[in-house]
Design a protein around this ligand. Structure first.
Ligand code: NAP
Length: 346
């Protein structure tokens, strides 16, 4: 395959790190952006890659909320993979300022850079399953067996699931901008809850923090039946790269596989590691979770609309058109735990 110039935004991030590494491995020239060049401890893994793949990785500074910030990195590039966006479900955040604004304004700034470049032919945006559905009960309310790429999240707002709302609004903005021109096309990737080995020792990404908390006893007394659809980080990187380089790829792609809850994760982990970790011991009934929701920093509405519902996503488009094959949740979790152990993060 020809060597391409690819921009990956948010190179300090959990997902972007794998995309950068896989692109370099394939021999492509990669330009990645970090929020502040001076915060080197956030991207030691990129500095290692820079040494290993001498001359083909360049690191630029760019902030999502600064207009024009991405232009230099994007100028002359063939593809842009836009992953940078705040991923947090922390209830203390200001939903508008900390989530919506960087997600939407960041997308506008990146795509303005793409419009100015005159060279970019495709943008791959990391959206989310969160832009496809809002609350877990949506599947039952819509009377469907599984979510697919034709659906949009219609239930999230700044008050209800603000992270999901930020992803939905950012993706909508991206399609709006893409539709105003014909030089480049947009493909969006929709991961579920991503786990799998990290390339950096950072532990503040929501995925990594969640697994560490699950292992260290944060849900020891019990966990509710709150389902997710899971993705493996390496499958996510492959999905982005195939979405960029597969000429016929178009539209939205769900890259996610198995569904389950923290209790499903705990069961898998226990089979391998016995009682080494302080995993949840039992399922907490919905009524109890509902009663104590405010103490957990969750709204009762969230518990009502999310606990106890089955989730499923249809990934057949990705299998057919991007030739995806999926790792099992078991492989994802074991590999992630082994990385955390190797890096002495447990
Ligand atoms: P992450 O490790 O927290 O990465 C987020 C990235 O966005 C970081 O590089 C972060 O930079 C950057 N960022 C945030 N605000 C910024 C700003 N104002 N200016 C510049 N950069 C900024 O999380 P991740 O899991 O890799 O998420 C990456 C993408 O995947 C996000 O779009 C997220 O919505 C999406 N996604 C993630 C999951 C998942 O389960 N992990 C699932 C679906 C979709 P700093 O390092 O400087 O903070």
């Amino acid at each position: 395959m020809d060597k391409k110039k690819v921009v990956v935004t948010g190179g300090t991030g959990y997902i972007a790190s794998w995309i950068v590494r896989d692109l370099l491995k394939e021999g492509h020239e990669v330009r990645t952006t970090v929020r502040k060049l001076k915060d080197k401890e956030k991207y030691l893994h990129l500095l290692n890659l820079e040494k290993k793949y001498e001359g083909i990785l360049k690191i630029y500074e760019a902030d999502l909320i600064k207009a024009g910030s991405f232009n230099l990195a994007i100028e002359g590039a063939d593809y842009v993979i836009h992953t940078a966006s705040p991923f947090s479900v922390d209830s203390h955040l200001n939903p508008e300022k900390d989530l919506l604004e960087p997600a939407v304004q960041g997308t506008i700034n990146v795509l303005e850079g793409v419009n100015q470049s005159k060279t970019v032919k495709r943008v791959v945006l990391t959206s989310s399953l969160a832009a496809i559905y809002g609350d877990n009960r949506d599947m039952r309310d819509f009377g469907i067996e599984a979510f697919d790429e034709s659906m949009w999240n219609t239930t999230s707002s700044l008050k209800n699931n603000p992270y999901s709302y930020s992803k939905t609004m950012a993706e909508k903005k991206a399609w709006e901008i893409a539709d105003q021109q014909e030089r480049w096309d947009l493909v969006t990737i929709h991961p579920g809850f991503v786990f799998g080995p990290s390339l950096s020792k950072r532990v503040d990404a929501t995925s990594i923090d969640t697994l560490r908390r699950l292992l260290s006893g944060a849900f020891r007394t019990g966990a509710p039946h709150l389902e997710y659809i899971f993705s493996d980080i390496r499958d996510i990187a492959t999905g982005h790269i195939r979405a960029a380089f597969t000429e016929e790829a178009k539209g939205r792609y769900i890259i996610a596989n198995e569904n389950g809850s923290f209790l499903t994760m705990a069961k898998i982990i226990k089979q391998y590691y016995g009682n080494q970790y302080k995993l949840p011991r039992r399922k907490v009934p919905k009524l109890i979770v509902w009663a104590i929701a405010p103490m957990l920093g969750l709204s009762r509405q969230y518990i009502k609309n999310n606990v106890g519902y089955k989730l499923k996503a249809d990934n057949s488009r990705s299998i057919k058109e991007l030739k995806m094959s999926y790792r099992s949740l078991e492989t994802t979790l074991i590999d992630h735990i082994e990385q955390l152990k190797k890096d002495e993060l447990l």
